[in-house]
Design a protein around this ligand. Structure first.
Ligand code: NAD
Length: 361
């Protein structure tokens, strides 16, 4: 039996902890803000060292989703879920059904999707038990497939905005870009950058992924511990969060950081540390919104439309360029500028969901 308990966390609408020891299920779900629509955010399965670490992660990720949804005006709020454990060992149909029941207990205020440790196939299994999921496999019901290529395309357009702001042109020809993490986002990002003339340096823990990008895109390989130190134009973190911290920032030799990883700043004040070191930072919840945009397109009244999703993802370049310009005018970090804008949208209910969700298959 799954036991669900509510935890009171100031600033969050609802946070729950769900446990089913016989299935190895231990989850936290955080609903940060539903002013603009139901909270949307993926489910991460990860071997957190402690339950406190899992709770801290879900809270920061849920808040980031509020900003991401508000700034992209998709008519959703911010939420996230984390499950403690090794995704290669704990998942089964029974486990995913029990977790889907936990999502149902939130009555449609939280809609989930895949994230690190979960896949579109897991979402399809959960869909048998709950309608409150998006990011289904392509061709299944409303399915739009893996959102990662859209995330990668949005990051690519964001990197163009960085180039336009710093170097006066969005061209990436000859620019040196270091990518940390050649996974579902990092790999297509490497491909887009290669075909547009960038020189690549990459790091990952997975030797097979590295060999492939090195052969396909002429990428130089460095050890994971070195990638943030590489002298380059742009560093693109596409692995785990917290990479921008007191140790790594002084070691960086890039002009900008622009990548897909969520929660890149270990804490918000590291945005100021980046500014002091003269490194431009593209806020993660702005540049990595392509995946969110794509899964939201499953729920349009007319059904999934890849072209419309790409057009909205393309706008990340313009939004980010305007954000950098406004932050410079206001002498703020791009992060603070983005947070201020998100709060304005939330206060004035700009982008609030008007059309009811179309969840039935
Ligand atoms: P993924 O698990 O497919 O890829 C991550 C890659 O990073 C893996 O290949 C892993 O081996 C590597 N890695 C882990 N730690 C590393 C380290 N210390 N140094 C170098 N490489 C390391 O994940 P993904 O879907 O590509 O997502 C990457 C990041 O982007 C995550 O932070 C995720 O939350 C974020 N994100 C992803 C999407 C999406 O659509 N997939 C959307 C928004 C944000």
């Amino acid at each position: 039996m799954t036991v669900i308990e509510e935890i009171h966390i100031p600033g969050f609408e609802k946070v729950i902890e769900a446990k089913n020891p016989s299935l190895g299920l231990h989850a936290f779900i955080a609903l940060h803000n539903t002013t603009l629509g139901p909270a949307l955010g993926g489910t991460r399965i990860y071997s957190y060292p402690t339950k406190e670490a899992a709770l801290t992660d879900v809270l920061r990720l849920a808040q980031g989703m509020t900003y991401k949804s508000a700034l992209t005006k998709v008519g959703f709020g911010g939420g996230k879920a984390v499950i403690i454990g090794d995704h290669k060992k704990i998942k089964s149909q029974e486990f995913l059904f029990a977790y889907a029941d936990v999502i149902n207990s939130l009555g449609g205020n939280y809609i989930t999707a895949e994230d690190i440790g979960t896949t579109t196939d897991d979402v399809a299994i959960m869909r048998q038990r709950t309608p409150y999921v998006v990011g289904l496999p392509f061709g299944q019901g409303l399915g739009s497939g893996d959102p990662s290529p859209f995330t990668a395309w949005g990051v690519y357009r964001g990197i163009q905005a960085v180039a336009a702001f710093l170097f006066g042109s969005p061209s990436l020809a000859g620019k040196k870009i270091a990518i940390q993490g050649i996974g579902k986002v990092g790999k297509p990002l490497a491909e887009f950058l290669f075909w547009n003339g960038a020189k690549l340096v990459v790091a990952d823990m997975d030797p097979a992924a590295l060999t492939q990008v090195s052969k396909l895109y002429g990428a130089e390989i460095v050890p994971p511990s070195e990638i943030h130190k590489v002298p380059c134009d742009i560093f693109a973190p596409c692995a785990m969060g917290g990479i921008l911290n007191d140790v790594t920032i002084p070691e960086m030799q890039c002009k900008a950081v622009a990548g897909s990883a969520n929660n890149q700043l270990l804490s918000e004040h590291h945005a100021d540390v980046m500014k002091k070191h003269g490194i431009l930072y593209a806020p993660d919840y702005v540049i990595n919104a392509g995946g969110l945009i794509n899964v939201c397109h499953e729920l349009l009244p007319g059904g999934y439309d890849a072209t419309s999703s790409r057009i909205l993802t393309d706008k990340i370049e313009d939004s980010l360029l305007k954000l950098f310009q406004k932050a410079e005018e206001d002498n703020l970090t791009p992060s603070q500028e983005a947070i201020n804008l998100a709060h304005l949208y939330l206060d004035q209910k700009i982008g609030k969901r008007e059309i009811p969700l179309r969840l039935a298959l």
